[in-house]
Design a protein around this ligand. Structure first.
Ligand code: BES
Ligand code: MN
Ligand code: ZN
Length: 500
């Protein structure tokens, strides 16, 4: 896809996109297009249901006297409600339509609507973001009919009266789209291809060239560190478990405590000896969505040279049943020294995160640590596929995460924690068991993780089981299966709160 920003100009080919406000009020560019097309838009308005609401499109094909193949009049809604996320959805809708129509080029000429707080440079950047995110596809394994699946829309021009600011605004978020694409690719890759060592290799190859320091620890090194909890999960797999440690040092201050992100990277979750059903196993290649989000975030931070020190740690394992596999009833010792009675080998994500959390805190003494994980089916039952679960020991961190999520369209919802939930983890023979009772499964999982938070450090856990991949209806900005959820919210959290 070729994306460019240009000053308003006469559009001579491809699709021309202009806008109307609620009540079919044409913006100046739309009035210009209407005039150029001999009043075709005004006439079209009279014979259609278009009223200028967000999501509505009025299409004029092959307008007389113009070189363009079509004019698209898109609805912005009320000017006062129009914002960056509406602009992204608009561009995604237009891209979707033009792709279906077989169009190869488009020029956006969307004026900042009266009453909106958005600046024209930001508007242009958000249009670019919406069009880019919608252009994603994953076709590595198709050998037939590729043209049917690949995006036909190749050339996107965004016309703006603030070209240089628009380019700067886009340069700030371009890496977010790239990080999301990498995260989506990792989630979409099949588990026979993307096993722990291969995931680690790709992360290192991709991030090293951006200036991120990447270290890979294998099983021998993790054993030395005492990571019995993580290693127990991978014990039944033919594939070696890995811990990938990424560092981006972008702060100019001499000593700046890093922010830290930890991700669950279960490349395939069969459940282990507590084997899942056939249906329950479907999609479990995506059980590394938390790790993918952490990797994508590190990429986004590095690409925009964020002035922050950030650490990303992902625990990569495969959870398989085998003669050597971990048994329900096993007791393992974690790096923290705490012992865990493993009563269900399918509650493996928390076992991986426990050691990754301890390692991250002891090695880097971060300002805060946030973990992301496709941790529980229960969070999907509670919140569905549009909102991630948030758990935290720190109100300020929790509200910053919530705000970041709101502003980039990755909403989170905080759930309660407390000693009565924690009690449910008491084990008959060890420091804790890895499952709680029948109820509140997402909360007891979070309580388990909290037991590995040291020195009252601000910590948050995002349960992304419902949002990391999607089986049902597709989200506007996430075509395909893996969504790349998490990259945007973490990047925004850092950008708004933690840079020099
Ligand atoms: N990876 C699953 C959670 C999951 C389920 C993610 C569906 C995405 C979609 C996790 O490892 C798991 O199996 N959790 C169990 C926990 C239970 C055994 C306490 C669950 O949610 O059933
Ligand atoms: Mn599991
Ligand atoms: Zn899992």
């Amino acid at each position: 896809m070729e994306l460019s920003f240009a000053a308003p100009h006469a559009v001579g080919s491809g699709a021309w996109v202009v806008a109307a406000l609620d009540g079919s009020v044409l913006t100046p560019a739309a009035q210009k297009a209407d005039k150029a097309a001999g009043g075709a838009l005004s006439r079209g308005l009279k014979v259609s249901k278009f009223t200028g609401k967000p999501g509505q499109v009025l299409e004029i094909l092959a307008p007389a006297a113009l070189g363009v193949s079509r004019i698209l009049l898109v609805g912005l809604g009320k000017g006062s409600d129009f914002d960056g996320s509406k602009a992204e959805n608009l561009a995604a809708t237009v891209s979707g339509r033009l792709n279906t129509a077989g169009e190869s080029g488009v020029t956006y000429e969307i004026d900042v609507p009266k009453g909106s707080k958005i600046k024209s440079a930001a508007l242009a950047a958000h249009l670019a973001m919406g069009a880019t995110l919608k252009s994603y596809s994953f076709n590595h394994y198709r050998t037939k009919n590729l043209e049917e699946y690949e995006s036909k829309l190749k050339k996107i021009t965004i016309s703006t009266d603030a070209i240089s600011d628009a380019r700067k605004a886009w340069a700030k978020i371009e890496g977010v789209a790239a990080g999301m694409f990498f995260a989506r690719d990792l989630v979409n890759e099949p588990p026979n291809v993307l096993y722990p060592a291969e995931a680690a290799r790709r992360v290192k190859a991709n991030l090293s060239k951006l200036g991120v320091k990447v270290e890979i620890l294998g099983e021998a090194e993790m054993k030395k560190l005492g990571m019995g909890s993580l290693l127990g999960v991978g014990q039944g797999s033919e594939r070696e478990s890995q811990l990938v440690v990424m560092q981006w040092n972008g702060s100019r201050k001499k000593s700046s405590e890093p922010v830290a992100f930890v991700g669950k990277g279960v490349c395939f979750d069969s459940g282990g000896l507590s084997l899942k059903t056939g249906a329950g196993m479907m999609g479990m290649k995506g059980d590394m969505g938390g790790a993918a989000a952490v990797v994508g975030t590190m990429q986004a931070l590095a690409m925009r040279k964020a002035k922050v020190n950030a650490v990303g740690v992902i625990g990569l394992v495969e959870n398989m049943p085998d003669g050597k596999a971990q048994r329900p009833d096993d007791v393992v010792k974690s790096m923290s020294g705490q012992t865990i009675e493993v009563l269900n080998t399918d509650a493996e994500g928390r076992l991986v995160l426990a050691d990754a959390l301890t390692y991250t805190q002891r090695k880097f003494k971060p300002k805060f640590v946030i973990d992301l994980a496709t941790l529980t089916g229960a969070i999907i039952a509670a919140l569905g596929q549009d909102t991630a679960g948030l758990f935290s020991n720190d109100d300020k961190l929790a509200s910053r995460i919530t705000d970041a999520g709101k502003s980039v369209g990755e909403p989170v919802w905080r759930l309660p924690m407390g000693p009565n939930y924690d009690k449910l983890l008491r084990s008959k023979i060890a420091d804790m068991k890895n499952i709680g009772g029948a109820y509140g499964g997402s909360i007891t999982a979070a309580q388990f993780l909290q037991r590995f938070v040291e020195d009252k450090r601000p910590w948050a856990h995002l349960d992304i089981a419902g949002v990391a991949f999607q089986d049902g209806e597709q989200k506007a900005l996430a075509p395909g299966w893996g969504t790349g959820w998490g990259v945007r919210i973490l990047n925004e959290l850092v950008a708004e709160n933690y840079e020099d």
